[in-house]
Design a protein around this ligand. Sequence first.
Ligand SMILES: Nc1ncnc2c1ncn2[C@@H]1O[C@H](COP(=O)(O)OP(=O)(O)OP(=O)(O)O)[C@@H](O)[C@H]1O
Length: 259
Amino acid sequence: MAAPPDDVLWARGVHYAYDGSPALQGVSIGVREGEIVALTGPRGSGKTTLLRCLSGQVLPEQGEVWFNSAPVHTLGRAARERLRLHRFGWIDSSPRLVPELTAWENAALPLLLHGSGYRAARRAARSWLDRLDVGDCASKRPDALRQAQRQRVAVARALVHSPTVLFADEPTAPLHQSDRAQVLRALSAAARSHGITVLLASHDFTLDQAARTSDATGAALADRIVTLTDGRRSRTPAHSGAAARSAGPEGAAACSLSV
Ligand SMILES: Nc1ncnc2c1ncn2[C@@H]1O[C@H](COP(=O)(O)OP(=O)(O)OP(=O)(O)O)[C@@H](O)[C@H]1O
């Protein structure tokens, strides 16, 4: 089966198990270019596993995953690694920066791995650090930075090569509430300004929470919310979702396109 032409990322009937214990049981999802999708659900519901399948880190045991016209589920390891290096960005809850490198060198790493020139990589990295409000930390090493600053550097590193899709797995989990909102706002603003598609997983927000608050919860910043329960999609009413209301007409339009 071919992927729908308008979806940048598309999966159908994805199953995945760890040692025979099912983590995903037939999950389907389609994500449009430039869309920000909040992936939510309780701990252990399969969010991380779904992001790993969609980003080609692991292969589903059953089902299909397509990135544009590329069948990720049939690609070999080397092709999937190329895809991840060139087209995808990944952020998780622990920044995992290289301790010997400065903030800008860490942020520039994807470009340097792509073979970009040193100066161009430095310029781009510094520009992302500025945009994420850590430009003044550019020459500091990770151990001289606060956790929230390190996470912003990790966000810059994930965005510096302008990935087509950014996968963010609990990116604000270790941060204080005020830092969470700031990092999420910075991330979503950067993604929107560059048309980067985002899948943002967190057990930390719920539809109710997003509806009650006007602050920058992941769900409130997203165009659409996808909920997992026990490795399966739960029904989220596309048109009445908090994401649609808080994202305004564009968000509502994106919600109307949900799979
Ligand atoms: N490496 C692993 N080995 C064995 N079981 C695993 C592994 N990773 C995840 N699981 C199990 O797979 C299921 C889905 O886990 P997953 O981490 O994808 O869920 P999650 O929704 O991201 O949870 P959390 O919010 O806690 O990160 C859970 O039952 C979990 O215990």
